[in-house]
Design a protein around this ligand. Structure first.
Ligand code: ZN
Length: 220
């Protein structure tokens, strides 16, 4: 039987997935946060995730995905690869990890089915997809179909941020009453600095631009 009282949130401890976590908490009786340890350079990301989950009484599972780093070393896992500062002319930036969202969602789905849960929530966004192919709506729909066929089960991959940009994601956080939690305690920065971050990397720039626009519009 379909259990719509519980949901799984794919949880990195960043702005987007934390916003999704609070979005889910308003809609479901129980939310389980699932994070992945894939050898990311900055363990602070997982620490932020664990702290927030604990404080807000959310069950938190960290799954070992070190295989991903073994297969596809990249600038988010290797100290000796610099993160691209600007988008390359062709293809995704080198912060893109081949297969990451597919692998994460697939493992989260396997976990969900063991608990009788169908709803999987992820913070991917086509509006701000930064050239990552696995943040696109068509990919999510395709994977949803594949997972259903693979496990003969009715998964529902839910993407609250798919069609909104960073400014609107800040607005959503404010609406959920967690603007400060998201601003101060999440980690989006490629250099591993929580809150406002380093201010220089592409992730910080995108996050800050959205925040400034939101505050500006809110105050005007
Ligand atoms: Zn940064």
């Amino acid at each position: 039987m379909k259990n719509q009282k519980q949901a799984i949130v794919i949880y990195s401890g960043g702005q987007d997935s934390t916003t999704c976590l609070f979005w889910a908490k308003k809609r479901y009786e129980e939310v389980i946060a699932v994070s992945f340890d894939y050898g990311q350079r900055h363990k602070a990301e997982l620490a932020c995730a664990a702290d927030i989950a604990k404080e807000y009484g959310v069950e938190h599972q960290i799954l070992d995905m070190s295989l991903l780093n073994q297969l596809a070393p990249n600038s988010l896992t290797r100290e000796d690869i610099q993160v691209d500062q600007d988008a390359p002319e062709q293809g995704p930036p080198n912060s893109f990890v081949d297969g990451r969202n597919m692998v994460f969602l697939t493992f989260a789905a396997i976990f969900a089915k063991q608990r009788g849960i169908t709803d999987l929530i992820t913070g991917v966004s086509q509006s701000d997809f930064s050239g990552y192919p696995d943040c696109r709506d068509i990919f999510i729909k395709s994977l949803n179909t594949t997972l259903n066929l693979a496990m003969d089960y009715e998964f529902d991959i839910i993407t609250p941020l798919m069609w909104i940009d960073k400014e609107e994601t800040w607005a959503l956080a404010d609406e959920l009453g967690v603007l400060d939690v998201i601003r101060d305690r999440t980690l989006t920065c490629y250099n591993g600095i929580p809150g406002d971050g380093c201010g220089e990397c592409p992730a910080c720039k995108l996050r800050r631009r959205g925040y400034e626009r939101y505050i500006q519009h809110k105050c005007s």
